[in-house]
Design a protein around this ligand. Structure first.
Ligand code: TEU
Ligand code: CA
Length: 570
């Protein structure tokens, strides 16, 4: 029995048995030869997604945008950027997604707009009724507005040197915590919130099944900013996250957009969210969101308290301990999202696995097994199911991403040796996720008939969708079977999680239990053979193999990156 959804219907809690596939439209499939992926390109690949068996398609932003941050800078929330197509083409995609029993989830980027959004253009005029829709402050006292060091307070933006940008029209500065092209909306202003909810209702009416909410835990700004008191000289670190009115705003959105009445899919992207924050946000009784994206597990390979570019080795006990902490924290109420990869992260197989020819396939499969056997809603990022790897970038010219280029410029100015900067970029750049999707071995991997906007990973002749679809032992079919398993197996969906062998540095093991049925997941997350410490595990005798990377031929040793899902004898 599968729980595939009926066309059009959104039964209560449907998202709990769903697997989501994220498409980064620019890099997915180009239909018209301009080198940029587009909506008709996505539509043309739906058979592939249906074969994989996913339930939900999440589109990264396709709205009108100057593309300073590849669409995460929106200048019209209710139109499609001509780069990607038209509203009619989006409707057609939606119809075809629905016709296959799948759902469509849109990206919602409402912490900020583009500086080209009409709201912001209007707000630049100090007499405009929209002035207060954004966050304006005068220059720091004793400084001439616009001069170096005159910013209202010292605060770095994520993708540019300062979060304050001087606007000569009024002589004031506006807040843009990502970049000057992404001014932050002032959520304290009820008109802003009403406008956002109205726009969301418009999309719901059009037929979309939900929203992935970009940095949604940054919308409620901290008191030091909203109180009207003089600003501190230096903005406190991370103080934009999980602001005091976050839950209130999400509850208001929930009500105003009818998130429950419409059984909409909602996931809030929340850098800096703790389990406690997520408990509040995802407890159904509180009427906020279905689930959140935590950043904790993707921040473990950095120096504690440091920047993402300050690299530290990833320790398996910390990684599995973190996922276990979230499993336990959201067991009673609330729900987890499960992800390794997205458009902001390097490729999972290169980061958490081993992308050498010998171990790439086995490690991609085992990472998938481990993640998909946790409790929550799994996300697959385009190409993950193909086993796509990080790209061999060498020079700064090889990068496109605003974050990577800004880091290079700032670190160079700080005197960090170029070799060190390039090394961090090679490990962590968002661009690894953004090289075009590798469809087949033909020129440009079948992504475009023109010149691709971004260089392909040169490994596409071997690593591509056509090859994996044609190979029953491939990473693709492994994902397909994991998705099938989730649909068919209630224990995978609902079973209680318990971590085993918490301190083991190679083995990731846990159980999932529903009633008297227990599944044991055991995975060798290393490139060496490992002895199974049977004395520290439940009795394996009589267990039967539910799912594995190879046929069970020995219970005492796991081969490199071997994983098994066993059903324990009752
Ligand atoms: O990302 C939020 C976010 O926190 C990123 O800045 C993240 O920390 C960074 O990419 C990791 O290095 C969201 C979107 O997913 C991202 O693509 C956007 O650039 C960002 O918001 C601004 O909208
Ligand atoms: Ca195109």
């Amino acid at each position: 029995m599968t729980t595939n959804l009926h066309i059009g219907a959104r039964p209560d809690g449907w998202w709990k048995s769903a697997v989501v596939y994220q498409v980064y439209p620019r890099s997915f499939s180009d239909s018209n030869g301009d080198g940029i992926g587009d909506i008709p390109g996505i539509t043309s690949r739906l058979d592939y997604l249906a074969e994989l068996g996913i339930d939900v398609l999440w589109l990264s932003p396709v709205y009108r945008s100057p593309q300073k941050d590849n669409g995460y800078d929106i200048s019209d929330y209710q139109d499609i950027d001509p780069l990607f197509g038209t509203l009619e083409e989006l409707d057609e995609l939606m119809d075809k997604v629905h016709a296959r029993g799948m759902k469509l989830v849109m990206d919602l980027v409402v912490n900020h707009t583009s500086d080209q959004h009409p709201w912001f253009r209007e707000a630049r005029d100090p007499r405009s009724s929209k002035r207060d829709w954004y966050i304006w402050r005068p220059a720091c006292e004793g400084h001439t507005p616009g001069e170096l060091g005159a910013e209202p307070c010292v605060m770095e933006a994520s993708f540019s040197p300062s979060a304050w940008t001087y606007d000569p029209t009024s002589g004031e500065y506006y807040l843009g915590i990502f970049s000057p092209g992404q001014p932050d909306l002032n959520w304290e202003n009820p008109e802003v919130r009403a406008a956002v909810y109205e726009m969301m209702r418009w999309w719901v009416k059009r037929g979309v099944d939900g929203f992935r909410m970009d940095v949604i835990n940054l919308i409620s700004k901290p008191e030091w900013l909203t109180s009207g008191d003089p600003l501190p000289a230096i903005a406190p670190n991370h103080s934009m996250q999980n602001g005091p009115r976050l839950d209130e705003f999400l509850q208001e959105m929930h009500r105003e957009v009818g998130l429950s009445e419409n059984s909409l899919f909602t996931v809030g992207e929340m850098p800096g969210a703790t389990v406690e924050v997520a408990q509040n946000v995802t407890d159904p009784a509180r009427h906020e969101l279905n689930m959140v994206f935590t950043f904790e597990h993707v921040d473990l390979d950095r120096v504690p308290g440091g920047h993402k570019w300050d690299l530290a080795p990833l320790e398996l006990p910390k990684l599995k301990g973190n996922l276990a902490h979230w499993q336990e924290g959201l067991e009673e109420a609330g729900w987890n999202s499960l992800y390794w990869d997205n458009h902001d992260q390097p490729r999972a197989v290169s980061r958490f696995g081993n992308d050498s020819p010998e171990f790439r396939v086995a490690s991609a499969k085992t990472l998938a097994t481990v993640l998909h056997l946790h409790k929550g809603t799994p996300y697959v990022y385009q190409g993950e199911e193909v086993g796509m790897t990080n790209a061999p970038f060498q020079r700064i010219e090889d990068y496109e991403d605003i974050e990577s280029i800004n880091h290079y410029n700032l670190a160079s100015a700080d005197g960090v040796p170029e070799e060190a900067i390039l090394h961090s970029l090679l490990v962590k750049s968002r661009d690894h996720a953004r090289t075009p999707m590798q469809w087949d071995a033909s020129e440009n991997a079948g992504f475009t008939s023109g010149t691709p906007w971004f260089a392909l990973n040169p490994n596409y002749p071997e690593i591509n969708a056509e090859a994996v679809v044609g190979d029953p032992d491939s990473v693709f079919h492994h994902y397909r079977q994991l998705i099938e398993l989730r649909h068919a197996d209630e224990t995978v969906r609902e079973g209680r999680f318990q971590l085993l062998l918490a301190d083991h540095t190679q083995i990731w093991a846990f159980t999932r239990t529903l009633g008297d049925r227990t599944l044991l997941v055991i995975a060798n997350c290393s490139s060496e053979d490992v002895e199974i410490p049977t004395e520290d595990l439940p009795v394996l005798e009589g267990a039967k193999l539910v799912f594995g990377t190879r046929v069970l031929d020995s219970v005492s040793t796991l081969a490199p990156w071997e994983s098994q899902v066993l059903e324990l004898a009752r």
